[in-house]
Design a binder for this molecule. Structure first.
Ligand code: NAP
Length: 316
C-alpha cells in the first residue's frame, strides 16, 4: 500500500475549517502532520506553527502543503514550500496576479514537485455531466449569475476589499472556473463595468460582457449585495437545447426540445473537497502538476477592459 501523503494546512480560516481539514481527515491518502496560521490555535494534538519558516525549522517531515490564506500572501508561502521540495495545493484564486502563479509553475517544474491550482467548484457534483452534455454542441448564448450577500458569506474578511483581494470576483471566479471547464469554446472579455465602493479597493459588483470564438454572447452578472435568494447559476443556450447549472454546480437541468426535461441533483458544496483532494493525491502520485490560470485571466481581462464606476461606501 502507498504511504499517505504528509500534509500541512496553511491559513486556518473559514475554508480550512469548513472543508480542508474535514476532507483530509476523511481521506486515506493524506495524513495531517501540521497546521500553520499567523494567529489562531492548534487543531487538537496536531503540531501548530505561526509561519511556514517555523514549520520548516521544526524538522517535521512534510510532503505537501495546502495554502488556504488570502491570495495576497500565497505566492511567497508557496515559493518557500516548493524550495523545500514540498507539493503545493493553492486554494482559489491561486494568487494575487497571474505572473506569480506562472512563476510558481516554473519553480515546481524545476523542483520536480506537484503544483495544483485547486478550482473547487469544478468538483461540484453536476459539473462533469454539464460538460459532457455541452460537448460538441453549438452555444448561442450564456449567462453566468453569481449574486450573493457578502455580509452573510464573508463577514470580517477585510482582505477581500484590499488590492489583490478580488472583491466580488472572489466568489465570481468560481463561476468562471466552471465555465472555462464546460463551455464548448474559449471565452473572452469584450467590455466590463466594475462598481467600486468609494471607501474600498475592490469591486462590489461587476457586469461583464464576453463572447466565444463564434461571437456567441456570454454575460456575467456578479453582485455582492444580493439579499433574499442567493444565485450561483450558469445558463447556456445551444442550437439543440438549454442547460441550467445551478447552486454553484450542484444541480443540473437540461431541456432538449422533444426529449423533454432532465434533472440531476447532487450533494451540496461538501462533496467538492473530497474530489479535490483525490485529484491532488493522483497528481502527486503521478508526479505531475495541474496549473490553470484561465479563470483568473478572465478576471484580469475584466479589469483591463473596465469602465470603473464609483458607488456608495460599503460598511459591514
Ligand atoms: P479567512 O477566513 O479570512 O481565512 C484566511 C486565514 O489565513 C486566516 O486565518 C488568516 O489569519 C490566515 N492568514 C493570513 N495571512 C497568513 C499568513 N501569511 N500565514 C498564515 N496564515 C495567514 O478566509 P477564507 O474564507 O478561509 O478564504 C481563504 C481563501 O480560500 C481565499 O482565497 C478564498 O477565496 C478561498 N475560499 C474561501 C471559501 C469560503 O467559503 N470562505 C470557499 C472556497 C475558497 P488572520 O485571521 O490573522 O488574518
Amino acid at each position: 500500500m502507498t504511504a499517505p501523503i504528509r500534509i500541512a494546512v496553511i491559513g486556518l480560516g473559514k475554508i480550512a475549517h469548513d472543508q480542508h481539514l474535514p476532507a483530509i481527515a476523511r481521506s486515506h491518502q493524506f495524513d495531517l502532520v501540521a497546521t500553520v496560521d499567523r494567529a489562531g490555535v492548534s487543531e487538537g494534538p496536531t503540531p501548530f506553527f505561526p509561519s511556514i519558516e517555523a514549520l520548516i525549522a521544526s524538522g517535521i517531515a512534510v510532503d505537501a502543503v495546502a495554502i488556504c490564506t488570502p491570495p495576497q500572501v500565497r505566492h511567497d508561502i508557496a515559493q518557500t514550500a516548493l524550495e523545500q521540495g514540498w507539493h503545493v495545493l493553492l486554494e482559489k484564486p491561486p494568487g494575487a496576479t497571474i505572473a506569480e502563479v506562472v512563476a510558481l509553475r516554473e519553480a515546481a517544474q524545476e523542483r520536480k514537485v506537484t503544483l495544483f491550482t485547486a478550482w473547487h467548484s469544478r468538483f461540484a457534483p453536476a459539473v462533469e455531466a454539464a460538460g459532457a452534455w455541452l460537448k460538441g454542441r453549438e452555444m448561442t448564448r450564456a449567462k453566468i449569475t453569481w449574486r450573493e450577500d457578502v455580509r452573510i458569506w464573508h463577514p470580517g474578511q477585510d482582505w477581500i476589499w484590499a488590492p489583490g483581494g478580488f472583491g466580488v470576483f472572489d466568489p465570481g471566479i468560481n463561476g468562471l472556473s466552471i465555465a472555462t471547464s464546460i463551455l464548448p469554446s474559449p471565452m473572452f472579455v469584450v467590455s466590463s463595468q466594475l462598481s467600486f465602493p468609494a471607501n474600498l479597493c475592490a469591486p462590489i459588483a461587476a457586469q461583464v460582457s464576453c463572447r466565444d470564438r463564434s461571437g456567441a454572447p456570454i454575460e456575467l452578472d456578479f453582485d455582492f449585495l444580493q439579499e433574499g435568494p442567493q444565485h450561483w447559476d450558469i445558463e447556456v443556450e445551444t442550437t439543440s437545447g438549454t442547460l441550467v447549472l445551478s447552486k454553484g454546480g450542484a444541480e443540473l437541468s437540461v431541456s432538449e426540445g422533444a426529449l423533454g426535461e432532465h434533472d440531476t441533483r447532487g450533494e451540496d458544496l461538501v462533496g467538492e473537497y473530497p474530489g479535490l483532494y483525490r485529484r491532488f493525491a493522483a497528481l502527486v502520485r503521478a508526479g505531475v502538476s495541474e496549473v490553470d490560470v484561465s479563470p483568473m485571466r478572465l478576471v484580469a481581462d475584466a479589469f483591463l477592459r473596465a469602465r470603473i464606476v464609483q458607488v456608495e461606501e460599503f460598511h459591514e
